[in-house]
Write a protein that binds this ligand. Sequence first.
Ligand SMILES: C[S@@+](CC[C@H](N)C(=O)[O-])C[C@H]1O[C@@H](n2cnc3c(N)ncnc32)[C@H](O)[C@@H]1O
Length: 215
Amino acid sequence: MELTQEMSKVEVKGFEAKHYDRLMDLITLGYYPFFIRKAIKNLRLQDGDKVLDMGAGTGRNAVLMRQFVQDRGEIIGVEIGQEMQEQFRNKTAKYSNIKLLNRRIDQFLPFQEEFDVVFISFVLHGFIQPKREIIIQNAYQALKPGGRFAILDYANFDPDKAPWPVRFLIRRVECPLAEDFIRRDTKQMLYAHGFSDFEERYYFGGYIRLLMGKK
Ligand SMILES: C[S@@+](CC[C@H](N)C(=O)[O-])C[C@H]1O[C@@H](n2cnc3c(N)ncnc32)[C@H](O)[C@@H]1O
């Protein structure tokens, strides 16, 4: 089967977008808030860090990251979904150092060595491979030397050997691009773009991973 971008579900819209955070909490049986707090803590953001959040969603992650970067830091969310943007603006309105940019992450982004951390959470799996490469290149260019690219997404494993709830999620709930992503070697992808000094943290039985690579 040839994979096309049209198969993707990553551009979340309508009901799913309006209730995105609640749906995540629901499908993880209430575990999502604990998981995402832990994952964002594992980013080890510092007071004053400047963060680019690619495919930023509702702003839930941006608000959590703000606790670490504080007033001196800055978070720029890049997001194209209208419903997502609305929630992002509402959630982050009281923070002048959280900004939103209405731009596609799979096309050239104008940032050059500006960020300490580029974060992309549950987004990269939803693209065909050439677009993933553009996104990784965008992240590389946006990072300061020594900055870190952090991908929170599915880990790499053999879906045929995963338990049925995981297979159901990948094959029935997700799009075929997710399985393609899972079967690849994400670390190798980052390495090919110049990233090194990898760090990994695993969640949900090892099926979700925070992968960080240094520029
Ligand atoms: C599965 S959601 C994840 C949202 C958020 N990162 C999180 O972890 O809660 C994917 C997000 O990526 C956004 N998105 C999809 N394609 C995009 C693109 N080409 N450029 C920018 N944002 C995009 C969607 O609108 C959606 O908000």
